[in-house]
Design a protein around this ligand. Structure first.
Ligand SMILES: Nc1ncnc2c1ncn2[C@@H]1O[C@H](COP(=O)(O)OP(=O)(O)OP(=O)(O)O)[C@@H](O)[C@H]1O
Length: 256
């Protein structure tokens, strides 16, 4: 399988406002293949968002190397898109313009933007809301707009930082299924941060379990179950028990 993202011996430290050094990530090593769906889980504050921001080129690693194909990532890259937990839409722009704006930043010509925006809004089921403003939409609909905006620039890699974290349980399940449908159609490579072990098992090809601060990758778990995954399958439950126990160990370890 072609490797798309390669993270090698990566560390990240921050200097706080009080001048203290906080090590957020320690010796991170992994590769992500083309079209893989990876979920990252780990205790709160273990560096998941930091890792994603480094891969997005929004933050620099303190040491180590982070590559997209053969290129070191040092700044935001056209082929790497990101979706955040907060819907991060422009409140003064319509749904259509929000999606088109992403393409404007990515350098798409004006005449292509509207057509593509419509195509992607259709993909996420919002074709009848093109002229609505974000405040007129539910949280789930706003997150669909954010996903359409990220996909419309046709990135190779999609980084998703707790994108469904603020949604109610039912909307979350609906969007998980939608995301899988889109991923299966568009064959993106996805790195998805979640606090939900259930969500990770439902979505991922592989789950990276991180340790508490400083974040390291403790375990990489293959999820070989065919999709759509059945939450009632005993293997699903057994995997959830295993990962939850691992996370509990990490949290207890960190508290000692
Ligand atoms: N800009 C910054 N300055 C100083 N410290 C930071 C900065 N950004 C992150 N940190 C620290 O780095 C560590 C990792 O933070 P990060 O937000 O990546 O964790 P996380 O796993 O995404 O957390 P959560 O699951 O709660 O969202 C934390 O200790 C955090 O306080």
């Amino acid at each position: 399988m072609e490797q798309v993202i390669r993270v090698t011996k990566t560390q990240k430290s921050f200097i706080t406002e009080k001048g203290q050094c906080v090590q957020a990530l320690k010796d991170i090593n992994f590769e992500v293949g083309a079209h893989e769906f990876i979920c990252l889980v780990g205790p709160s504050g273990c560096g998941k968002s930091t890792l994603l921001r480094i891969i997005a080129g929004l933050e620099q690693a303190s040491s180590g190397s982070v590559m997209y194909q053969d290129t070191p990532i040092r700044a935001p890259h056209r082929q790497i898109g990101m979706v955040f937990q907060e819907y991060s839409l422009f409140p003064w722009r319509t749904v259509l313009d929000n999606v088109a704006t992403g393409m404007e930043f990515a350098g798409y010509e004006r005449r292509n933007r509207e057509r593509r925006a419509l195509d992607y809004l259709q993909l996420v089921g919002l074709e009848s809301f093109t002229q609505a403003f974000p405040y007129e939409l539910s949280g789930g609909m706003q997150q669909r707009v954010a996903i359409a905006r990220a996909l419309a620039t046709d990135p190779d890699v999609l980084l998703m930082d707790e994108p469904f974290g603020a949604l109610d349980a039912y909307t979350r399940i609906v969007l998980q299924k939608e995301l899988l449908r889109i991923w299966q159609t568009n064959r993106k490579t996805i790195l998805f941060v979640t606090h939900s072990v259930d969500e990770a098992i439902f979505l991922a090809d592989r789950i990276f379990v991180m340790s508490a601060t400083p974040g390291m990758i403790r375990e990489i778990i293959d999820v070989p179950m065919p999709r759509p995954r059945d939450r009632a399958n005993p293997r699903y439950g057994a995997l959830a028990v295993h990962i939850l126990a691992r996370l509990e160990q990490e949290t207890v370890h960190a508290a000692q």
